[in-house]
Write a protein that binds this ligand. Sequence first.
Ligand code: UD1
Length: 340
Amino acid sequence: MVVVTGGTGYIGSHTVVELLQAGYQVTILDDLSNSNIEVLDAIEELTGVRPEFFEVDLSDAAATASVFEQIGSEADSTIHFAAKKAVGESVQDPLLYYRNNLFSLVNVLEEMKKHDIRNFVFSSSCTVYGQPDVCPVTEATPRKEAESPYGNTKSMAEDIIRDASPVEHFNSISLRYFNPIGAHASGKIGELPVGIPNNLVPYVTQTAAGIRETLTVHGNDYPTADGTCIRDYIHVVDLAKAHLQALKRIEDGRMDSAYEVFNVGTGNGYSVLDVVNGFEEATGIKVNYRIGPRRAGDITQVWADTSLANEALNWKAELGLKEALSSSWNWEQNYRKQNA
Ligand code: UD1
């Protein structure tokens, strides 16, 4: 059985669907702070299975221990998504981020140790590279001083897992996600930002839906071809599948050491305007936008060298930018229809 923390969230829910479809048994732990319990209905509709669910704040050691007491003997793996992820909020409230993201990690690892659960996959981020000197970045590209407490929790979490894994006999993989976008083809699960979206694609789809008036492009004076920032946007379903491949690598005993790290991106960099134009081409809908000032903390460009994941995980991104954008739009429309 696989314990999926944060399993009702955006990336977690897509991964749960892939796991169930591949025949894994899944138990979800989530505090529902940034997700909705109805995601379980959607997962059940998609897979025919309703995973066991526990509402729990994993930064609370006693509550975490009590849940693992109930499920621990059946579990052999944990995929740990549960974390806060808003860069700006982390700058405003660093202690909230360190407490939530790091306490929960340590609590989960301690419970895994107690219940002899050895396989661990962790949600890391390309944020650990900061603004790299050279793109694409490989896993050997040095990490940089974090730009935000959020980014620092990912870097510190990687160190905690790296240090603990050989000692505690965990087999651990950190996946460094680039920019996840898109939604399940069914339109039944997707990204559900609370309030005004911080991230680009939810802002684009909400603008297209008329919920936001105008998208602000945060700066067009960067040293890139069109002046806007470049990111590696990866379809969330491709990303979900990378978790299954990571789990398989662990289960098959193919790891080279107790702790490994993989970039999970497409290998392609797209600018903000590429995303806006790609959305218009994919959906036929024009997005109102204006050019605004740069956003504090943004890096100019980053995209992944994915050769290590391609080889070692036998995984590669299969869906392109336009497929991702049209799936985001499909999800946005479906969601609005159902919640009108
Ligand atoms: C950031 C983090 C990433 C984290 C993610 C989750 C960094 C380097 N990256 O990604 O680790 O997982 O948030 O929240 O810290 N943009 C606009 N207008 C908008 C919104 C965004 O122009 O309204 C631009 C941004 O300036 C950026 C690009 O779109 O160039 C992508 O932004 P966003 O979706 O917020 O992701 P990141 O900042 O790359």
